[in-house]
Design a protein around this ligand. Structure first.
Ligand SMILES: C[S@@+](CC[C@H](N)C(=O)[O-])C[C@H]1O[C@@H](n2cnc3c(N)ncnc32)[C@H](O)[C@@H]1O
Length: 311
């Protein structure tokens, strides 16, 4: 089944979603994504009918408003995209900059969908004032309106009527989860540009995040975390401490675009950490799995495996 994906978003877990889903229970009550981004994991989970309901949250308000439109008002957002996309035909670059200026003034999520489809790799970047400053991809015009409409309706069919949507600080989401929930967390990457990741106009404090995870442990909440990444020998960001008793699963996420550019063979390793509660339930088994072309190579570790010992 092809997963519908209307939102192009750098850092989207869309290509790893099927792999990540292996580490979630077969059936559960609600999936909670405090750092939802394009909601790739909720979409994949709903496509497989794994959870009964969903809670999608992200601090980025226009993104959340866009998800709300896609899920609950698919015709409205598909029509708006078609109209904005059609207006670009005469001078698409000029049009992009006009739409970007309008978006920075109004924060209208309809404009945001077009900008995400039209900028390089869906990589939104913000300046220090929080204004979107990414340039257009000069070689592409962005997803065609008919394809966008199919993707929008695809997501709406999967999530409408069973999804709560919010734009809260992640800690406020965590305080609202319970034992029936499974929480998938994919916070902004660390160490991309100092303390602040301009891709997401917000970054989180590592220490506060670790405390939040410790509290989830105390409350016996099941959770999965995508955290540090490394390419070759280079590790991005701080590691999660051993005393959180997490089970680490390493996913090979393919060759990084940076490494490809430099002609190197570095492979990006993505780490997935399972909470103790969850690991007991899903019992990650060791396997070496080579998927067909374009898919990921996956390695998992058989037993509790701490990052501190790994590197
Ligand atoms: C790595 S992206 C998530 C990508 C997502 N897994 C996907 O598949 O598209 C991290 C997200 O966290 C959001 N974010 C950053 N700081 C946050 C905070 N304090 N609370 C909630 N969301 C936050 C960003 O806006 C961004 O969309």
């Amino acid at each position: 089944m092809r997963m519908p994906h209307p939102i192009q978003y750098q850092g989207s877990k869309r290509n790893l979603a099927a792999t990540i889903l292996r580490y979630l229970p077969c059936n559960f009550s609600r999936l909670v994504e405090p750092f939802a981004g394009s909601a790739a994991i909720s979409i994949a989970c709903a496509a497989k009918g794994r959870a009964k309901s969903y809670w999608i949250n992200d601090l980025n308000e226009p993104l959340v408003e866009l998800l709300e439109l896609i899920i609950n008002h698919p015709s409205e957002i598909a029509d708006a995209y078609q109209q904005i996309w059609n207006q670009q035909l005469e001078d698409s670059i000029e049009h992009y900059y006009r739409v970007r200026a309008d978006f920075n003034r109004t924060r209208d999520p309809r404009l945001f969908l077009y900008l995400l489809a039209r900028c390089v790799k869906g990589s939104v970047r913000y300046n220090s004032e929080g204004l979107l400053n990414q340039s257009p991809d000069k070689r592409r015009h962005g997803t065609k309106p008919e394809t966008m409409r199919e993707n929008i309706f695809g997501v709406s069919r999967l999530l409408r009527g069973k999804t709560a949507i919010s734009s809260l600080e992640y800690k406020d989401v965590l305080s609202g989860v319970g034992k029936d929930d499974v929480v998938y967390m994919d916070p902004p990457y660390q160490g991309v540009c100092g303390n602040r990741d301009s891709r997401y106009f917000a970054s989180i404090s590592h220490d506060e995040y670790v405390s939040a995870l410790a509290e989830l442990n105390e409350r016996q909440i099941r959770y999965v975390v995508s955290y540090d990444g490394r390419t070759g020998d280079k590790i991005f960001g701080k590691l999660l401490p051993e005393n959180l008793s997490l089970t680490l699963v390493r996913l090979e996420a393919g060759r990084s675009s940076q490494a490809t550019l430099l002609g190197r063979d570095d492979i990006t390793i993505e780490s997935l950490y399972l909470s103790q509660q969850l690991a007991r339930e899903v019992k990650p088994v060791p396997y070496f799995h080579r998927k067909p072309e374009n898919e990921q190579l996956v390695l998992t570790e058989p037993e509790k495996y701490y990052v501190a010992k790994l590197f």
